[in-house]
Write a protein that binds this ligand. Structure first.
Ligand code: SF4
Length: 350
């Protein structure tokens, strides 16, 4: 049976698709007017725009132009933490705003819309997850960044897709067993690479789960020279076809570094903006979603990421509405596994 939360998330997705097919209701002049107002307000409010690769390119460009950051969730967290601005405007989904708040509670963190969430976060409610962890006390608890503050607070480690393999390898070397949550596809990939004993939560990303191996094989017939780039939240059969598997930053780097001129890309298509900058002149092709005759729920673009736009960023700056608040005790507990990830990441570089 669907919960109230599931139902309202479905409604949000449906509303998003209904809107997406309407003509863009802003003229070029209005777009420019919004951009200038946002730039002005960022200065006046001592604020910094931090945007995810999956947000609208117009926001990615604004973040770049204003000294903010466009990146994956690990780098967004690091950047927001180190930046001197007193306000962070986090264009992404709710767990990213919460992560920013947990790492820098003294800063004001606002989001273009607090309703932008994530199927992985929704699919891992704290009560059920906590009971699962309690039932397996001999396991180290490793959770993906795409989780609520409460789930992070229950974890020993938080990881992003850019560092998951190294963290779990580190735990495997110590002979540990792990509970992994919530993305089962990323978990399967990490388990296979590391050989660790893993208990897996049954969550999935509604965008990456749509990619289909058969569709990619068909596309390879049309573009035989194309390399396949895959985010490991995709199903196993899709990961197996990849020339490069990795986090958003890692597959952007692969697009730059591989000699191929064409790429079939299995992740959110908003990433093409940064891929084109990193590898100018190369061609990027969306990996197919949905089987033949099937309806597609996401069509390679996250409905929640798509809730971030110029109007909502401007509104967030003007009103301060949709500020992120996290309970103080949760901040203390959730910060430990997050900081462990950041320290571990720094140790790999050092
Ligand atoms: S793309 Fe998937 S993992 Fe990322 S926010 Fe959207 S639903 Fe969550």
């Amino acid at each position: 049976m669907l919960s109230q939360q599931d139902i309202s998330d479905r409604i949000l997705i449906q509303e998003h698709f209904a809107k997406e097919h309407l003509p863009l209701d802003m003229t070029i002049e209005q777009v420019e007017e919004h951009r200038q107002k946002i730039k002005q307000l960022l200065k006046e409010k001592d604020a910094c725009l931090v945007a995810h690769y999956y947000t609208d390119p117009v926001l990615q460009q604004l973040a770049d132009e204003t000294g903010g950051c466009v990146s994956d969730s690990l780098e967004m967290a690091r950047f927001g933490n180190a930046h001197e601005a007193s306000t962070l405007v986090v264009a992404g989904v709710k767990f990213m705003g919460e992560t920013a708040k947990i790492l820098t509670p003294e800063k004001k963190v606002v989001m273009p819309t607090i309703e932008a969430t994530c199927s992985l976060d929704i699919g891992c409610p704290i009560d059920e997850f906590s009971a699962f962890c309690d039932a397996h006390p001999d396991h180290e608890v490793v959770v993906y960044a795409n989780t609520s503050a409460a789930v992070k607070a229950r974890a020993d480690w938080v990881v992003t897709s850019s560092i998951a393999l190294q963290v779990v390898e580190h735990l495997a070397d110590q002979g540990k067993k792990v509970i992994w949550a919530p993305d089962k596809h990323l978990g399967t990939y990490v388990q296979r690479q590391t050989g660790i004993e893993m208990l897996m939560w049954d969550g999935a990303c509604i965008v990456h789960e749509e990619f289909k191996a058969k569709g990619i094989l068909d596309l390879k017939k049309v573009y035989p020279e194309a390399a396949v780039l895959v985010h490991p939240e995709s199903p196993d059969a899709v990961v197996e076809l990849a020339d490069a598997v990795g986090s958003t930053t890692q597959i952007i780097n692969a697009a730059r570094d591989l000699p191929n001129e064409q790429f079939i890309v299995a992740t959110d298509k908003a990433i093409f903006y940064k891929m084109q900058q990193a590898a100018p002149g190369k061609q990027f092709i969306e990996a197919p979603t949905g089987g033949s005759g099937a309806t597609c729920r996401s069509c390679a673009h996250c409905p929640w990421m798509a809730m971030n736009g110029l109007e909502s960023v401007l509104h967030a700056l003007e009103t301060g509405k949709d500020e992120i608040f996290v309970d103080e005790e949760l901040i203390v507990d959730a910060r430990k596994p997050l900081q462990r990830m950041l320290d571990f990441s720094a140790s790999l570089k050092g």
